[in-house]
Ligand binder design. Structure first.
Ligand SMILES: [Zn+2]
Ligand SMILES: [Zn+2]
Length: 319
């Protein structure tokens, strides 16, 4: 495909599609959710941030009566033709807001307010291994880094947005990267401890990987303006669909281009001191499939890194 897009030049990146498939990987191999190599004596990472949890708290008898009376009044107005079924008065809206008290939903079978809010962490939570990647399976990722083993771990809970993601709006698992040298002395297979608390969908099922390199192109909005029409016209001519056939490959991948199908294009910039460089996509983790994760609205969690300084903070984004 690269040859067919000579105009795109540097915009063509090579992504490594990871193709996770159910199976427990060897501790020394690339894999998802499995055992990994860990330096003897290095403490297992833990998370001590506050964790968002679901709370259900029942309405009082008086609140419930008030809510039901408002419902009845609204239905009566609809029957009498003095108002549409779903129209609430200003007074009713204010009363409902007071009863909801900041909760996001009301369960009308159990009459409970449902809300999520952070619980202070009283007992740190063990992080879980999400992925281990060896340089032989994705050499480009390790270019310029004096390492050949990448480990991705996360705290399998929701967090306050201020605490994770390098300043971008995201409140999911807090993620850490560990870049290592596999020849390091004392790396031994480690079976991680179970986290004390984990939200549904944040514990990946063990998978082996079958990495394959593939050319990946940026989303339409990310193309230089003078190229957009050229590319569109060429695709139309050849009966290709640029986005479906060439851009932002789906699934678990290393490198390549991020798609922006839920939001407009966001230029993720580095929060490192005096940096501000546009960050590059390192890793995309997808919901569903064999790893059986559920991130965002069954979407993709993407990890961005600074192209200049591997020591700068990572950024996370969900689509
Ligand atoms: Zn945490
Ligand atoms: Zn930077």
């Amino acid at each position: 495909m690269v040859a067919q897009f000579p105009w795109l030049g540097d915009l063509a990146r090579v992504a490594v599609l990871l193709n996770p498939a159910s199976g427990v990987p060897d501790a020394g191999a690339s894999g998802v959710g499995g055992p990994l190599l860990w330096p003897t004596g290095e403490p297992w990472p833990e998370c001590s941030l506050g964790h968002w949890v679901y709370h259900r708290d029942p309405l009082s008898a008086a609140e419930r009566r008030e809510w039901q009376e408002m419902d009845e009044a609204r239905k009566a107005r609809a029957r009498n033709g003095t108002g549409a079924h779903n129209v609430v008065t200003h007074e009713e809206a204010a009363a409902q807001e007071r009863i909801m008290n900041g909760a996001s939903a009301l369960d009308m079978r159990t009459w409970e307010r449902i809300s999520t809010r952070p619980d202070p962490c009283t007992d740190p939570v063990a992080m879980v291994p999400v992925m281990q990647l060896r340089a032989c399976d994705a050499p480009r990722v390790f270019e310029g880094r004096d390492t050949d083993l990448l480990q991705v771990l996360w705290c399998p809970n929701d967090h306050d947005r201020e605490d994770v993601a390098g300043g971008y709006p995201y409140g999911g698992p807090r993620l850490e990267l560990r870049w290592r040298r596999s020849a390091e002395v004392g790396l031994t297979p480690a079976t991680p401890q179970q986290p004390r608390r984990a939200a549904d969908g944040y514990i990946p099922r063990p998978c082996t990987l079958s990495p394959v390199e593939a050319p990946d192109f940026p989303e339409h909005d990310e193309l230089p303006e003078d190229l957009r029409d050229v590319v569109e016209a060429w695709c139309e001519d050849q009966e290709w669909d640029y986005h479906d056939d060439f851009a932002c490959l789906d699934g678990w991948k290393v490198g390549g281009w991020p798609s922006w199908h839920l939001t407009d294009l966001q230029r993720i910039t580095c929060s490192g001191t005096d940096c501000g460089r546009r960050m590059q996509l390192l890793l995309t983790m997808d919901s569903g499939g064999d790893p059986s994760l559920h991130v965002g609205r069954f979407g993709e969690l993407r990890v961005f890194v600074c192209p200049d300084d591997p020591g700068h903070p990572i950024a996370l984004n969900i689509q």
